[in-house]
Design a protein around this ligand. Structure first.
Ligand SMILES: C[C@@](CO)(OP(=O)(O)O)[C@H](O)COP(=O)(O)OP(=O)(O)OC[C@H]1O[C@@H](n2ccc(N)nc2=O)[C@H](O)[C@@H]1O
Ligand SMILES: Nc1ncnc2c1ncn2[C@@H]1O[C@H](COP(=O)(O)OP(=O)(O)O)[C@@H](O)[C@H]1O
Length: 285
């Protein structure tokens, strides 16, 4: 028996860093949504108790460092099934891009194991178990446009999906260290996007108003350190995107376009500049 699960990329339409907590982490308030750029996982049971991960990506660990591996161990512990599992991961989401690929793979593994072994786990039970795997996993288990708070463990689905549109994703060839970004952030000085206006615009299904409120507190530090990120955003706007913002801790920048022709124009204009350019759609839950 085989189970196939899709693991869509997440985007941060809004990311506000509220303050630095006593434990050193930063309290966040975010609006997250998902797009149809997705990894694919094929899960099957094994006669032994092994966990085997096979992937087309040369860069990923296939041992306990992989979020999929950790998820299988956590679910096996919680639901006491003995069987081993093989997961074939078809990686389409760029790694370490601010698109939550690893977290989405973990969420797909929770869903897939639930189906494969008839575990009857509720969404909330999976969310509770997922927190140690990664801060974006609870959102990825919910999977619909949400207000996300804390470090990512509080997920409040909005009453509406984000208005449907085209999303252009551009990832420069850069690796950005998330710990470094947070460590260097001047918290008292960051830009605070208006997350509540963004939430209200989405819930009112007002595309134009939504585009006015995209924003990311981490953007200005990253753009100063890596000017190419600012250049990508500016080019997207110059070529007619309705709005553009960096996703998560970057370096991917996303642009929203209502018209497909406009999205193609933005994408084509950036292809000579960056190798990794994707034109995708928003997802409906
Ligand atoms: C910024 C976000 C938003 O979706 O997205 P991505 O860029 O990963 O997509 C996430 O909160 C990224 O969380 P996560 O992916 O868990 O970050 P990690 O790499 O584990 O974080 C490493 C380090 O960054 C700092 N950190 C991280 C998250 C947070 N809310 N406050 C922090 O101060 C901590 O020092 C932590 O040890
Ligand atoms: N299944 C997985 N897919 C992607 N990355 C993974 C996975 N499991 C563990 N990782 C590790 O997690 C790190 C962050 O990956 P990813 O989720 O793609 O980034 P981001 O949080 O920026 O969106 C990578 O350095 C990678 O080695």
């Amino acid at each position: 028996m085989e189970i196939i699960e899709k693991a869509p990329a997440k985007i941060n339409l809004g990311l506000d860093v509220l303050y630095k907590r006593d434990d050193g982490y930063h309290e966040l308030e975010m609006i997250m949504s998902s797009v149809d750029l997705a990894d694919r996982l094929i899960l099957s049971p094994l006669p032994t108790d092994e966990i085997i991960i096979k992937t087309n990506s040369g860069f990923l660990p296939t041992d306990r460092k992989n979020n999929i591996y950790q998820t299988i161990e956590i679910m096996r512990d919680a639901y006491q099934f003995k069987s081993g599992v093989e997961v074939q991961l078809v990686k389409n989401i760029p790694v370490a891009a601010g698109l939550g690929g690893g977290s989405s793979d973990a969420a797909a593994t929770f869903r897939g194991l639930n189906r494969l072994f008839d575990l009857n786990a509720t969404k909330q039970e999976m969310v509770d178990l997922s927190i140690p795997v990664g801060t974006d996993v609870p959102y990825c288990i919910h999977g619909q446009t949400s207000l996300v708070k804390g470090l990512g463990e509080i997920v409040l689905p909005l009453t509406q999906n984000m208005p449907s549109c085209w999303v252009v994703l551009v990832k420069p060839k850069l690796s950005i260290s998330t710990p470094k970004v947070f460590a260097k952030l001047a918290v008292d000085d960051v830009y605070h996007p208006n997350i509540h206006a963004l939430k209200n615009a989405i819930e009112a299904e007002d595309y134009h108003e939504m585009t006015q409120h995209l924003g990311n507190s981490l953007e200005s530090y990253t753009m100063t350190k890596y000017p190419v990120v600012a250049e990508i955003k500016q080019k997207m706007l110059d070529f007619g995107a309705d709005a553009a913002v960096m996703s998560g801790s970057g370096p991917t920048v996303l642009a929203l376009c209502q018209k497909h022709s406009r999205a193609l124009r933005v994408a084509n204009s950036l292809k000579g500049f960056c190798k990794e350019v994707y034109v995708v759609r928003t997802l409906k839950s």
